[in-house]
Structure formats: structure tokens, C-alpha cells
Ligand binder design. Structure first.
Ligand code: 6PG
Length: 245
């Protein structure tokens, strides 16, 4: 493992999947611990995709104060929660959230026929949980990066990163890419998280990561929005994903 760090932007590269999972779980667990100690509870936002699974499974083996943690989702696909493509289903199983109090597990209802209404309901839930007058600042949020530079469900070329009047947005389906519609937290919410942990593995991520680390239009590479994050941003990459050029 090697580390390059500035005040808020950190890069940690892991030797292999096991180290990636162990480091990721440790970062999330520490952020949860700090939040519980200083604020009494922790608010966590979870991404989907294939990369976080090993991190979540590792985290599930740790002694977490489950009665003090609220679990939210960063984004969700417009599928039934029982679908293998459901981000809720995957994270719930990997983290063993059947052990958590039901009232602390807050899935996005992206199977709803009216996605805009479902987005508005999730926004109300966030406002209530964080406090009507407070900033929605998650204690820790996991993100991924797509080969096209997307993060959360903020895809390039759709104007998604410019949405700043809502906490949660409905994103249209992209049938040409085989992608269903989505619900997603918006860029302002991603930027407010106290700790953002971006998880990436594999050579296909090298190019989008290099683009995300260099300034330019967010509309082209949405993960660039993290260059303007307010909290700590940790890019946890493996040797394959680390940009070399
Ligand atoms: C999703 C995500 C998405 C994901 C990236 C990276 O619903 O797919 O939340 O933003 O994080 O696409 O996905 P991988 O981890 O599969 O590369």
C-alpha cells in the first residue's frame, strides 16, 4: 500500500482485492466511529456497482454499532428491490443489514412508476433525518466511477451534474447503453459528504480516473465534481486502476 495525500484529497492504492476490501472497510468503519462519538449517530450513503461488494462484506464482519447507523443509498436503478440489479438488494445482503433496525435502513424506491415523485419523497426523508435547517452532509459516502467517468447515477452528456436545486433526482433511462432509469443523490449532496470513499479496481478505470483528477467540464466527466468537494475525498484504487501516465 502507498499513500499520497493532501489536506482533503487522498489516494491510496491497494495491492490486491483483499487489501482493497480491508482498507475500504477500515475507512468506512472509522468514519462511522467518529460520527457516533462526536454526533451520536452515523449517516452512511452507499453506492452500487460491482466494486463495493468485497468492501461491504468485510465491513459486515466488523463490530459496528448498528443501532446508531442510518443507511441510505447514493443511487438506485429502476428495478424491483428483489432484482439482482437492485443496489439496495446487493448492499443489504453484503452488509448483512437484516441485523440492523428496520427504521434505520432507507432504500430508494426506484421501482415506483413516478420516479420524480419517488425522488421528492427521498428528499423529504433526507431533510427530516438531517434536520430541516441543516446541510445534508453524510458522514461517509461510497462512490464508484464508471468507464465513461460517471459517478453515482450522474452520467455524462445529460446535464446531470448541473442539477443543483434538488437533493435527489430522477435520471432518464439510456436504452442505447442498456441502462434503466435511476434515482440519484445530486452533485451538491455528493460534495457535502464529510468523507467520500471512491472505490475503483481494474485497468478500465485508469483513464476515467486520470480525467476525474484533471480539471475540465464536469458534464464530460461527472466524477470531476469531487474536485470541488468540501470534505475528505479518498480514492481507493488498486494497482490496475492507478493512472500511470
Ligand atoms: C450503479 C452505481 C454506479 C457505480 C459505477 C461503478 O448503480 O451502478 O452506483 O455509479 O458506482 O458504475 O460501477 P462498478 O463498481 O461496477 O465499476
Amino acid at each position: 500500500m502507498s499513500e499520497v495525500s493532501t489536506a482533503r484529497f487522498e489516494v491510496t492504492d491497494a495491492e490486491n482485492e483483499a487489501e482493497h476490501a480491508a482498507l475500504g472497510a477500515e475507512i468506512v468503519a472509522r468514519a462511522i466511529d467518529e460520527a457516533v462519538r462526536t454526533r451520536g449517530s452515523a449517516k452512511v450513503a452507499l453506492s452500487g456497482g460491482s466494486t463495493p461488494g468485497p468492501v461491504y462484506r468485510r465491513l459486515a464482519q466488523m463490530a459496528l454499532p448498528l443501532d446508531r447507523i442510518d443507511w441510505f443509498w447514493v443511487d438506485e436503478r429502476a428495478v424491483d428491490p428483489a432484482s439482482p440489479r437492485s443496489n439496495f438488494r446487493a448492499a443489504y445482503a453484503d452488509l448483512g443489514l437484516d441485523r440492523a433496525p428496520k427504521t434505520r435502513v432507507h432504500r430508494m424506491e426506484a421501482e415506483a412508476p413516478d420516479l420524480a415523485a419517488a425522488a421528492a419523497r427521498y428528499e423529504v426523508l433526507l431533510r427530516r433525518t438531517f434536520g430541516i435547517a441543516s446541510t445534508v452532509a453524510f458522514d461517509v459516502m461510497t462512490l464508484g466511477i464508471g468507464d465513461d467517468g460517471h459517478t453515482a447515477s450522474l452520467f455524462p452528456g445529460m446535464g446531470a451534474t448541473a442539477i443543483d436545486d434538488r437533493l435527489v433526482a430522477a435520471i432518464a433511462a439510456q436504452p442505447d447503453k442498456g441502462l434503466e432509469a435511476r434515482l440519484t443523490l445530486t452533485a451538491p449532496v455528493l460534495r457535502e459528504a464529510r468523507t467520500v470513499l471512491v472505490l475503483a479496481r481494474g485497468a478500465a478505470k485508469q483513464r476515467p480516473i486520470a480525467s476525474a483528477w484533471s480539471d475540465g467540464p464536469e458534464e464530460e466527466v461527472p466524477a470531476r465534481l469531487l474536485l470541488r468537494a468540501r470534505g475528505r475525498v479518498v480514492w481507493l484504487v488498486d494497482r490496475g486502476a492507478y493512472p500511470t501516465g
